[in-house]
Design a protein around this ligand. Structure first.
Ligand SMILES: [Ca+2]
Length: 134
């Protein structure tokens, strides 16, 4: 709408969006060429549906191309966000979660090292979520 002075209400109605950032602070070895490790976080207190989901990974690994990283959530949607790339971005815009599905619940990050010889460590990850009312 034109002429709106309050830039904090982008949709011009009485339902503001909610934003949260949840951090998984876990340091754990990623086994070399072995079964995946899984970590999770439960998000609550947001609005009803996701608008933006940004995953920030903190992984120390001498050869990032060994890794496949997947995020999924309680709705059953998943996305491979790091697929054996040699120079992956650590900050990833996740597009897997439909904007008409529930936002509050558990999100999981799975990390698998698929090549033997070099191993690394997960230092944590962060999920930044903007939500809105459906
Ligand atoms: Ca490896």
């Amino acid at each position: 709408m034109h002429g709106m002075s309050d830039m904090h209400v982008p949709h011009g109605n009485s339902c503001p969006s909610y934003t949260t950032s949840v951090t998984v602070s876990i340091t754990t070895a990623i086994p070399d060429n072995s079964t995946e490790i899984s970590t999770s976080v439960t998000v609550s207190g947001l609005a009803t549906v996701p608008v933006d989901v940004i995953l920030t990974l903190d992984i120390d690994h001498p050869r990032p191309s060994d890794l496949i990283v997947t995020i999924d959530n309680f709705n059953g949607y998943s996305e491979i966000v790091w697929n054996n790339e040699s120079n992956p971005s650590s900050e990833i815009i996740v597009r897997a979660f439909p904007s008409d599905d529930a936002v509050n619940g558990t999100y999981n990050v799975h990390i698998e090292d698929t090549v033997s010889g070099q191993s690394g460590t997960l230092l944590g990850w962060d999920l930044y979520i903007v939500s809105n009312w459906d």
